[in-house]
Design a protein around this ligand. Structure first.
Ligand SMILES: Cc1cc2nc3c(=O)[nH]c(=O)nc-3n(C[C@H](O)[C@H](O)[C@H](O)COP(=O)(O)OP(=O)(O)OC[C@H]3O[C@@H](n4cnc5c(N)ncnc54)[C@H](O)[C@@H]3O)c2cc1C
Length: 654
């Protein structure tokens, strides 16, 4: 692998890069931005997308895919071999699955977001490897940024190839660039004749990288000022797969470290304009991010089915385990949360199709909230299945039991809280937007870099805004008997309205109390975001249950019951979050964390093998006898022999 240059920007420089690449304007209304400002714009989400009948063309594809999965896809085998069978990839190619989101004029299937995400939901219930293959290709790989920002020539050149099944990948991450793009070291420079850019560097963890023909690569110009995005072909001279990465789950993931040595990229392969690369990556992720929540809904539904079947038949202590209260509570939570998750994911997806609102916050909320809830559901499913949850499918089958793959599901699912923007980064993105209006209006007052004259000059505009905004955040009709048409959910809707104003007041109070330090108060900010996400989940559930009732849906009564239970649970959580904003151990915990990092509590690590090794004299044989070895070398030596990987095998419930 290539030598890596170290770039060590300060926290402030990293923030500046993130700030410069953020979409600063809001051209369309945003439900969640308004929520943080105390304006409950239910009208923006109260057109729940009940799809009663799919388009015939989509239904035909979907039915074909289901039949293909049932006959040709064996998730247990994919997991055991750690490879995608050629037959599966070719079969998906043949049915056009790599061109689902590509417009028909470029040879794709031209599906809507809702249709595409219905496929992702199905995949999420079958096999995480296949979800990642399809999603890395078309949610974040070449088709998506080209559709949004590519020139007509680039679209003509590459979209038909992608639609036919030339697999693509998205390459942003590097050894030192995870959540912080300011550390980018893959560089590009324009050649002397101006005909091409020359690319050098190395990318880490490119999903699909070992089987891709095309990449979207983010690189920084050699002066270190402009991050740009390019379409790069894997077949070009200087592009090399250095290593295939392997993980805890998603064992077939074709994930690679890819190096670039003096790679010549034709100038026309620049996507959008120079310097817009990060913005392109982030905007791509707005819609792209919806694949994880929709896939997660599929996973959660599969869990619910497993739990229903197991907990109603497995008897212990004289009755089915699902009838013992502890397990019953888990199951009802699971059902209510799955209802809310599906409501939120479909709503955000339909909003992306409608195109009349800005969904960047809803997509981030759906990614964060749904991936965390699904992880909890997978965890509880393992608990409800007991020892069988922990056992591999192969072992279950060998003993004559049904191969139910909770163990594989758990290994495969966990990454969803990390990739395509970790849960923490989703919180940060949302927190930044939650305070955006206040920074715009009153930023100069809390900015320590502004002098007193600048602060005084800003006062009239600040007073004018807050004189009307702040008092009206206390007044409202949330307790007035309204929303009667929402039946038993009317009270919950009133709660959302009142608490959206309360949320906006707390955002404002936080700014006033913490001022410029607020950006470091992640405990405070993340709780505000969590309140926003719970309110969005409540509003989505109510919108859906109401729409089902209005449409005379056969399951409307059940939907109302689940929405009611979910709202009750969310209200309790929200009340607790508000309390914790001001009464918490945040300061103390931060201090203690610093002490942990400084090694003050190392006595707690005593008795572990590594700690015993630390205490050994440097002359002792063994990995710790190399005090000066670079961290990576040490890590290599410490690893020791790698055991045979556990062969997880579980049948997906499709
Ligand atoms: C299986 C897999 C597939 C992947 N596929 C791709 C791909 O196709 N293309 C691609 O470009 N990348 C890909 N990635 C990379 C993935 O997106 C990153 O792992 C992710 O962005 C997090 O980066 P990191 O792992 O370096 O964590 P780091 O950025 O080092 O962060 C470590 C921890 O600190 C937290 N953290 C970081 N900064 C902050 C902060 N300011 N405040 C609070 N918490 C913070 C993070 O949330 C995380 O919990 C993949 C990774 C994996 C494991």
């Amino acid at each position: 692998m290539t030598d890596k240059k170290a770039v060590n920007p300060s926290e402030e420089e990293s923030r500046k890069v993130a700030e410069d690449s953020r979409q600063a304007t809001w051209e369309k209304p945003s439900f969640m931005r308004e929520l943080f400002l105390g304006n409950f714009r239910f009208d923006l989400i109260d057109q729940y997308p009940l799809v009663r009948q799919q388009r015939a063309e989509f239904q035909e594809f979907y039915d074909g895919l289901v039949a293909f999965i049932q006959t040709k896809v064996d998730p247990i085998e994919i997991d055991a071999t750690g490879e995608y069978p050629d037959e599966v990839i070719n079969g998906l190619r043949k049915m056009g699955a790599f061109g689902m989101k590509i417009p028909k004029k470029y040879g794709g299937l031209g599906f809507t977001n809702l249709e595409y995400q219905k496929v992702m939901e199905l995949m999420g219930s079958v096999d995480g490897n296949l979800s990642a293959l399809l999603s890395a290709h078309q949610s974040i790989g070449v088709p998506q940024p080209l559709k949004l920002f590519g020139s007509d020539e680039l679209k003509e050149k590459y979209l038909p190839r992608c639609a036919k099944g030339e697999i693509s990948a998205f390459a942003l991450t590097e050894d030192n660039v995870g959540s912080d793009p300011a550390r980018l070291t893959t560089t590009y420079a324009l050649s002397d004749d101006g005909k091409h850019y020359v690319l050098n560097g190395e990318k880490l963890w490119c999903t699909n990288g070992t089987i891709a023909k095309l990449l979207v690569v983010m690189a920084i110009d050699t002066s270190g000022k402009k991050i740009s995005a390019f379409v790069v072909e894997m077949g070009w001279k200087g592009v090399k797969v250095e290593h295939r990465c392997h993980f805890m789950g998603l064992r077939a993931l074709a994930n690679a470290v890819i190096s670039f040595k003096e790679v010549k990229i034709p100038v026309e392969n620049l996507i959008g304009r120079e310097g817009r690369g990060l913005k392109i990556a982030l905007t791509t992720l707005n819609d792209g991010r919806l694949s994880i929540p929709n896939g997660s809904v599929g996973t959660a539904k599969a869990c619910l089915r497993i739990c229903r079947e197991w907990a109603s038949t497995r008897e212990q202590w004289g009755k089915p385990v699902g009838k013992h209260e502890a397990i019953a509570h888990k199951i009802s939570d699971m059902a209510a949360v799955t209802f809310a998750m599906e409501s939120m994911a479909k709503l955000a997806t339909a909003m992306a199709d409608r195109g009349d609102t800005d969904i960047r916050l809803e997509a981030a909320a759906a990614k964060e909230w749904i991936s965390c809830r699904t992880w909890e559901i997978v965890d509880e499913t393992m608990q409800i299945r007991g020892g069988r949850g922990y056992e591999t499918e192969a072992s279950l089958v060998a003993r004559g039991e049904e191969p139910i793959g909770v163990e594989r599901m758990m290994r495969d699912y966990r990454i969803n809280k990390i990739f395509e923007g970790s849960s923490e980064i989703m919180h940060l993105i949302m927190a930044r937007e939650a305070v955006d209006k206040h920074l715009e209006v009153a930023g100069s007052i809390i900015d320590p870099k502004k002098n007193i004259n600048e602060k005084v000059a800003a006062l009239p505009a600040i007073s004018a805004f807050y004189a009307s905004w702040y008092p009206t955040r206390w007044l409202g009709w949330g307790r007035w008997p309204r929303y009667q048409e929402y039946g038993s959910l009317a009270g919950h809707l009133g709660f959302v309205e009142r608490n959206c104003r309360r949320l906006s007041r707390q955002v404002f109070h936080g700014m006033m109390v913490h001022q410029a330090k607020l950006q470091h108060k992640q405990g405070f900010l993340f709780r505000l975001v969590d309140v926003g996400n719970e309110l969005f989940a409540m509003a989505s559930s109510i919108s859906r249950a109401h729409a089902m009732r209005q449409a005379g849906d056969a399951n409307a009564a059940e939907a109302m019951e689940l929405a009611d239970l979910f709202c009750r649970m969310a209200r309790r959580k929200i009340k607790q979050l508000f309390r914790d904003l001001w009464f918490n151990d945040d300061f103390l915990k931060y201090r203690r964390a610093l002490a942990v990092l400084d090694g003050r509590y190392r006595f707690l690590e005593e008795g572990t093998l590594d700690a015993i090794g630390d205490a050994q004299p440097a002359t002792q044989p063994g990995p710790q006898a190399v005090p000066d070895a670079p961290a990576k070398e040490k890590a290599k030596e410490k690893k020791g022999p790698v055991g045979v990987a556990a062969r997880g095998t579980v049948e997906a419930t499709s």
